[in-house]
Design a protein around this ligand. Structure first.
Ligand code: C2E
Ligand code: MG
Ligand code: MG
Ligand code: MG
Length: 290
Protein backbone atom coordinates (compact mmCIF):
# COMPACT_ATOMS: atom_id res chain seq x y z
CA UNK A 1 0.00 0.00 0.00
CA UNK A 2 2.75 2.44 0.93
CA UNK A 3 4.29 1.95 -2.49
CA UNK A 4 1.18 3.26 -4.17
CA UNK A 5 0.94 6.28 -1.88
CA UNK A 6 2.35 8.50 -4.57
CA UNK A 7 5.48 10.42 -5.30
CA UNK A 8 4.42 13.40 -3.23
CA UNK A 9 4.20 11.39 -0.08
CA UNK A 10 7.27 11.63 2.05
CA UNK A 11 8.24 8.20 3.25
CA UNK A 12 9.16 9.26 6.75
CA UNK A 13 6.63 6.81 8.03
CA UNK A 14 7.54 3.29 7.10
CA UNK A 15 4.82 0.97 5.89
CA UNK A 16 2.34 0.29 8.61
CA UNK A 17 3.08 -3.36 9.23
CA UNK A 18 6.71 -2.68 10.04
CA UNK A 19 6.17 0.53 11.90
CA UNK A 20 8.12 0.68 15.11
CA UNK A 21 6.13 1.34 18.26
CA UNK A 22 7.90 4.61 18.84
CA UNK A 23 7.06 5.76 15.35
CA UNK A 24 3.42 4.82 15.79
CA UNK A 25 3.19 6.72 19.07
CA UNK A 26 4.71 9.76 17.44
CA UNK A 27 2.40 9.60 14.48
CA UNK A 28 -0.63 9.28 16.75
CA UNK A 29 0.43 12.35 18.70
CA UNK A 30 0.99 14.25 15.46
CA UNK A 31 -2.43 13.24 14.17
CA UNK A 32 -3.99 14.68 17.30
CA UNK A 33 -2.05 17.94 16.93
CA UNK A 34 -2.78 18.03 13.21
CA UNK A 35 -6.49 17.78 13.87
CA UNK A 36 -6.34 20.58 16.46
CA UNK A 37 -4.31 22.81 14.15
CA UNK A 38 -6.37 22.29 11.02
CA UNK A 39 -3.83 20.31 9.01
CA UNK A 40 -6.40 17.91 7.62
CA UNK A 41 -8.35 18.78 4.54
CA UNK A 42 -11.03 17.17 2.39
CA UNK A 43 -10.42 16.79 -1.32
CA UNK A 44 -13.33 16.08 -3.64
CA UNK A 45 -13.42 13.74 -6.62
CA UNK A 46 -16.31 13.98 -9.07
CA UNK A 47 -18.78 11.19 -9.73
CA UNK A 48 -20.20 11.37 -13.23
CA UNK A 49 -23.39 9.79 -14.52
CA UNK A 50 -23.73 9.82 -18.29
CA UNK A 51 -22.88 13.48 -19.02
CA UNK A 52 -23.60 14.95 -15.62
CA UNK A 53 -21.69 15.42 -12.40
CA UNK A 54 -24.00 14.00 -9.78
CA UNK A 55 -21.78 14.20 -6.73
CA UNK A 56 -18.36 13.58 -5.33
CA UNK A 57 -16.38 11.50 -2.89
CA UNK A 58 -14.67 13.34 -0.05
CA UNK A 59 -11.15 12.02 0.52
CA UNK A 60 -9.08 13.07 3.50
CA UNK A 61 -5.64 14.65 3.09
CA UNK A 62 -3.07 15.39 5.77
CA UNK A 63 -0.91 18.40 4.99
CA UNK A 64 1.85 17.86 7.47
CA UNK A 65 3.74 21.13 8.08
CA UNK A 66 7.16 19.44 7.85
CA UNK A 67 6.50 16.24 5.98
CA UNK A 68 4.19 17.38 3.22
CA UNK A 69 1.20 15.36 2.13
CA UNK A 70 0.69 12.08 3.89
CA UNK A 71 -1.57 9.65 2.04
CA UNK A 72 -4.61 8.20 3.81
CA UNK A 73 -3.39 4.66 3.09
CA UNK A 74 -0.54 5.43 5.52
CA UNK A 75 -2.43 6.99 8.41
CA UNK A 76 -6.00 5.64 8.24
CA UNK A 77 -5.01 2.06 9.18
CA UNK A 78 -3.00 3.37 12.11
CA UNK A 79 -5.83 5.66 13.14
CA UNK A 80 -8.11 2.62 13.06
CA UNK A 81 -5.78 0.73 15.39
CA UNK A 82 -5.24 3.57 17.82
CA UNK A 83 -8.83 4.78 17.96
CA UNK A 84 -7.84 8.16 16.52
CA UNK A 85 -10.20 7.33 13.64
CA UNK A 86 -13.10 8.32 15.88
CA UNK A 87 -11.94 11.94 16.09
CA UNK A 88 -10.86 11.99 12.44
CA UNK A 89 -14.14 10.44 11.34
CA UNK A 90 -16.12 13.03 13.29
CA UNK A 91 -14.11 15.78 11.66
CA UNK A 92 -14.73 14.33 8.18
CA UNK A 93 -18.44 13.98 8.86
CA UNK A 94 -18.72 17.53 10.13
CA UNK A 95 -16.63 19.07 7.38
CA UNK A 96 -18.52 17.24 4.64
CA UNK A 97 -21.89 18.27 6.08
CA UNK A 98 -20.75 21.89 6.39
CA UNK A 99 -19.66 21.72 2.73
CA UNK A 100 -23.07 20.39 1.67
CA UNK A 101 -24.75 23.23 3.54
CA UNK A 102 -22.46 25.78 1.86
CA UNK A 103 -23.12 24.34 -1.61
CA UNK A 104 -26.88 24.39 -1.05
CA UNK A 105 -26.95 28.14 -1.74
CA UNK A 106 -24.78 27.82 -4.86
CA UNK A 107 -26.88 27.01 -7.95
CA UNK A 108 -23.94 25.23 -9.61
CA UNK A 109 -23.29 22.96 -6.64
CA UNK A 110 -26.63 22.51 -4.89
CA UNK A 111 -27.50 19.28 -6.72
CA UNK A 112 -24.31 17.47 -5.72
CA UNK A 113 -24.09 14.71 -3.15
CA UNK A 114 -21.04 14.03 -1.00
CA UNK A 115 -19.95 10.49 -0.20
CA UNK A 116 -17.75 9.99 2.83
CA UNK A 117 -15.78 6.91 3.85
CA UNK A 118 -16.76 5.44 7.18
CA UNK A 119 -14.38 3.10 8.96
CA UNK A 120 -15.80 -0.01 10.64
CA UNK A 121 -14.66 1.13 14.06
CA UNK A 122 -16.35 4.47 13.57
CA UNK A 123 -19.58 2.89 12.37
CA UNK A 124 -19.69 0.40 15.24
CA UNK A 125 -19.65 3.09 17.94
CA UNK A 126 -22.90 2.81 19.90
CA UNK A 127 -23.80 6.43 19.17
CA UNK A 128 -22.81 6.57 15.49
CA UNK A 129 -26.35 7.28 14.30
CA UNK A 130 -26.67 10.15 16.78
CA UNK A 131 -23.33 11.57 15.61
CA UNK A 132 -24.48 11.67 12.00
CA UNK A 133 -27.81 13.25 12.90
CA UNK A 134 -26.02 15.82 15.06
CA UNK A 135 -23.66 16.76 12.20
CA UNK A 136 -26.63 17.23 9.88
CA UNK A 137 -28.60 19.26 12.38
CA UNK A 138 -25.69 21.45 13.42
CA UNK A 139 -24.63 22.26 9.86
CA UNK A 140 -28.04 22.38 8.20
CA UNK A 141 -26.96 19.87 5.54
CA UNK A 142 -29.62 18.05 3.52
CA UNK A 143 -29.31 14.40 4.60
CA UNK A 144 -30.52 13.31 1.14
CA UNK A 145 -27.26 14.64 -0.26
CA UNK A 146 -25.13 12.62 2.14
CA UNK A 147 -23.89 9.17 1.23
CA UNK A 148 -21.91 6.86 3.49
CA UNK A 149 -19.38 4.47 1.95
CA UNK A 150 -18.98 1.30 3.93
CA UNK A 151 -16.57 -1.54 3.31
CA UNK A 152 -17.10 -5.25 3.60
CA UNK A 153 -14.87 -5.26 6.69
CA UNK A 154 -17.86 -3.88 8.55
CA UNK A 155 -19.62 -7.19 8.19
CA UNK A 156 -17.08 -9.03 10.30
CA UNK A 157 -18.95 -7.84 13.39
CA UNK A 158 -22.58 -7.72 14.28
CA UNK A 159 -24.51 -7.71 11.05
CA UNK A 160 -27.81 -7.17 12.89
CA UNK A 161 -26.52 -3.98 14.48
CA UNK A 162 -25.16 -2.81 11.13
CA UNK A 163 -28.51 -3.31 9.43
CA UNK A 164 -30.36 -1.56 12.25
CA UNK A 165 -28.08 1.50 12.09
CA UNK A 166 -28.34 1.67 8.32
CA UNK A 167 -32.13 1.55 8.50
CA UNK A 168 -32.23 4.34 11.05
CA UNK A 169 -30.02 6.57 8.92
CA UNK A 170 -31.91 5.72 5.74
CA UNK A 171 -35.10 6.97 7.38
CA UNK A 172 -33.39 10.39 7.37
CA UNK A 173 -32.65 10.09 3.67
CA UNK A 174 -28.98 9.10 3.91
CA UNK A 175 -27.75 6.69 1.22
CA UNK A 176 -25.30 3.80 1.51
CA UNK A 177 -22.67 2.59 -0.88
CA UNK A 178 -20.54 -0.55 -0.54
CA UNK A 179 -16.96 0.49 -1.35
CA UNK A 180 -14.23 -1.70 -2.89
CA UNK A 181 -16.85 -4.28 -3.74
CA UNK A 182 -15.46 -7.69 -4.55
CA UNK A 183 -12.27 -7.38 -2.51
CA UNK A 184 -13.68 -8.24 0.89
CA UNK A 185 -15.48 -10.91 2.79
CA UNK A 186 -19.14 -10.34 2.14
CA UNK A 187 -21.20 -13.32 1.24
CA UNK A 188 -24.09 -12.85 -1.12
CA UNK A 189 -26.41 -13.75 1.74
CA UNK A 190 -25.29 -10.65 3.65
CA UNK A 191 -25.35 -8.49 0.57
CA UNK A 192 -28.98 -9.38 0.03
CA UNK A 193 -29.89 -8.32 3.58
CA UNK A 194 -28.04 -4.99 3.71
CA UNK A 195 -30.18 -1.95 2.89
CA UNK A 196 -27.68 -0.60 0.36
CA UNK A 197 -28.28 1.88 -2.43
CA UNK A 198 -25.12 1.39 -4.45
CA UNK A 199 -22.19 -0.92 -5.14
CA UNK A 200 -18.79 0.48 -6.04
CA UNK A 201 -16.79 -1.75 -8.37
CA UNK A 202 -13.31 -1.79 -6.92
CA UNK A 203 -10.63 -0.07 -8.96
CA UNK A 204 -8.61 -3.28 -8.90
CA UNK A 205 -11.10 -4.80 -11.33
CA UNK A 206 -11.41 -1.67 -13.45
CA UNK A 207 -7.66 -1.23 -13.98
CA UNK A 208 -7.18 -4.15 -16.39
CA UNK A 209 -10.75 -4.50 -17.53
CA UNK A 210 -9.70 -4.24 -21.18
CA UNK A 211 -6.82 -6.69 -21.05
CA UNK A 212 -7.71 -9.21 -18.37
CA UNK A 213 -10.64 -11.44 -19.21
CA UNK A 214 -11.17 -12.33 -15.56
CA UNK A 215 -11.41 -8.70 -14.48
CA UNK A 216 -13.80 -8.04 -17.34
CA UNK A 217 -15.95 -10.97 -16.24
CA UNK A 218 -15.95 -9.76 -12.63
CA UNK A 219 -16.85 -6.20 -13.61
CA UNK A 220 -19.74 -7.47 -15.76
CA UNK A 221 -20.90 -9.76 -12.97
CA UNK A 222 -20.88 -6.99 -10.36
CA UNK A 223 -22.95 -4.79 -12.68
CA UNK A 224 -25.43 -7.60 -13.28
CA UNK A 225 -25.57 -8.50 -9.59
CA UNK A 226 -26.06 -4.93 -8.43
CA UNK A 227 -28.64 -4.19 -11.08
CA UNK A 228 -30.65 -7.30 -10.32
CA UNK A 229 -30.61 -6.42 -6.61
CA UNK A 230 -32.01 -3.01 -7.51
CA UNK A 231 -28.79 -1.15 -6.65
CA UNK A 232 -26.96 1.56 -8.52
CA UNK A 233 -23.47 0.57 -9.62
CA UNK A 234 -20.54 2.98 -9.84
CA UNK A 235 -17.06 2.12 -11.08
CA UNK A 236 -14.06 3.66 -9.34
CA UNK A 237 -10.58 4.08 -10.76
CA UNK A 238 -11.72 4.88 -14.29
CA UNK A 239 -8.61 6.29 -15.94
CA UNK A 240 -9.31 6.09 -19.67
CA UNK A 241 -12.12 6.66 -22.14
CA UNK A 242 -11.77 3.02 -23.21
CA UNK A 243 -12.43 1.80 -19.67
CA UNK A 244 -15.44 4.07 -19.39
CA UNK A 245 -16.77 2.82 -22.75
CA UNK A 246 -16.34 -0.80 -21.72
CA UNK A 247 -18.26 -0.16 -18.51
CA UNK A 248 -20.95 1.76 -20.35
CA UNK A 249 -21.43 -1.05 -22.85
CA UNK A 250 -21.84 -3.41 -19.94
CA UNK A 251 -24.50 -1.36 -18.19
CA UNK A 252 -22.44 0.71 -15.75
CA UNK A 253 -23.05 4.38 -16.48
CA UNK A 254 -21.75 6.04 -13.32
CA UNK A 255 -18.02 6.55 -13.00
CA UNK A 256 -15.32 8.04 -10.83
CA UNK A 257 -11.63 8.25 -11.62
CA UNK A 258 -8.65 10.16 -12.94
CA UNK A 259 -10.14 10.10 -16.46
CA UNK A 260 -12.60 12.71 -15.19
CA UNK A 261 -10.53 14.29 -12.45
CA UNK A 262 -8.21 13.58 -9.57
CA UNK A 263 -9.50 14.48 -6.11
CA UNK A 264 -9.30 18.28 -5.86
CA UNK A 265 -9.28 20.94 -3.13
CA UNK A 266 -12.74 22.43 -2.75
CA UNK A 267 -12.21 25.62 -4.79
CA UNK A 268 -10.67 23.72 -7.70
CA UNK A 269 -13.42 21.15 -7.51
CA UNK A 270 -16.07 23.88 -7.86
CA UNK A 271 -14.21 25.26 -10.90
CA UNK A 272 -14.02 21.80 -12.40
CA UNK A 273 -17.77 21.29 -11.95
CA UNK A 274 -18.53 24.64 -13.60
CA UNK A 275 -16.30 23.77 -16.56
CA UNK A 276 -17.59 20.24 -16.99
CA UNK A 277 -21.19 21.39 -16.75
CA UNK A 278 -20.81 24.13 -19.32
CA UNK A 279 -18.97 21.80 -21.69
CA UNK A 280 -21.82 19.28 -21.47
CA UNK A 281 -24.77 21.64 -21.57
CA UNK A 282 -26.56 21.49 -24.93
CA UNK A 283 -27.07 25.28 -24.83
CA UNK A 284 -23.31 25.78 -24.67
CA UNK A 285 -23.04 24.67 -28.31
CA UNK A 286 -22.03 27.58 -30.52
CA UNK A 287 -25.07 29.48 -31.71
CA UNK A 288 -25.32 31.69 -34.76
CA UNK A 289 -25.94 35.31 -33.88
CA UNK A 290 -29.03 36.88 -35.39
P1 C2E B 1 -11.39 4.57 -1.43
O1 C2E B 1 -12.50 5.04 -0.58
O2 C2E B 1 -11.60 3.33 -2.22
O3 C2E B 1 -11.04 5.81 -2.37
C1 C2E B 1 -10.59 5.70 -3.68
C2 C2E B 1 -9.10 5.92 -3.78
O4 C2E B 1 -8.70 5.76 -5.14
C3 C2E B 1 -8.65 7.33 -3.39
O5 C2E B 1 -7.36 7.21 -2.84
C4 C2E B 1 -8.60 8.03 -4.74
O6 C2E B 1 -7.73 9.15 -4.74
C5 C2E B 1 -8.06 6.93 -5.60
N1 C2E B 1 -8.44 7.08 -7.01
C6 C2E B 1 -9.51 7.73 -7.52
N2 C2E B 1 -9.54 7.63 -8.86
C7 C2E B 1 -8.47 6.88 -9.21
C8 C2E B 1 -7.96 6.43 -10.48
O7 C2E B 1 -8.51 6.69 -11.55
N3 C2E B 1 -6.82 5.67 -10.44
C9 C2E B 1 -6.20 5.37 -9.27
N4 C2E B 1 -5.10 4.62 -9.34
N5 C2E B 1 -6.65 5.78 -8.06
C10 C2E B 1 -7.77 6.53 -8.04
P2 C2E B 1 -6.95 7.99 -1.52
O8 C2E B 1 -7.56 9.36 -1.52
O9 C2E B 1 -5.48 7.87 -1.38
O10 C2E B 1 -7.66 7.16 -0.38
C11 C2E B 1 -7.31 5.82 -0.15
C12 C2E B 1 -8.24 5.17 0.81
O11 C2E B 1 -8.15 5.78 2.11
C13 C2E B 1 -9.71 5.30 0.43
O12 C2E B 1 -10.05 4.34 -0.55
C14 C2E B 1 -10.37 5.06 1.76
O13 C2E B 1 -10.43 3.69 2.04
C15 C2E B 1 -9.40 5.71 2.72
N6 C2E B 1 -9.89 7.08 3.03
C16 C2E B 1 -9.74 8.23 2.36
N7 C2E B 1 -10.35 9.26 2.99
C17 C2E B 1 -10.94 8.71 4.08
C18 C2E B 1 -11.75 9.25 5.14
O14 C2E B 1 -12.09 10.44 5.19
N8 C2E B 1 -12.14 8.37 6.12
C19 C2E B 1 -11.82 7.05 6.07
N9 C2E B 1 -12.25 6.25 7.07
N10 C2E B 1 -11.08 6.51 5.10
C20 C2E B 1 -10.65 7.33 4.12
MG1 MG C 1 -14.47 5.31 -0.86
MG1 MG D 1 -12.94 2.29 -3.09
MG1 MG E 1 -9.88 1.49 -1.58
Amino acid sequence: QAKTAGRNTLQFYSPNMHMAIQERVQMEAEMRTGLEQGHFELFFQPQVHAHQVIGCEALIRWRHPERGFIAPSLFIPLAEDSGQILALGQWVLHTACAQLAAWASNPHMAHLSIAINVSPRQFHQPNFVEQVIAAITQTGADPRALELELTEGLLLHDVEDTIEKMLQLKRHGIAFSLDDFGTGYSSLAYLKRLPLDQLKIDQGFVRDVLTDANDAAIARTVVALGTSLGLRVIAEGVETAAQRDFLQHNGCTTWQGYYFSRPLPVAEFAEWVAQFSSAHRPSSAPTTPH
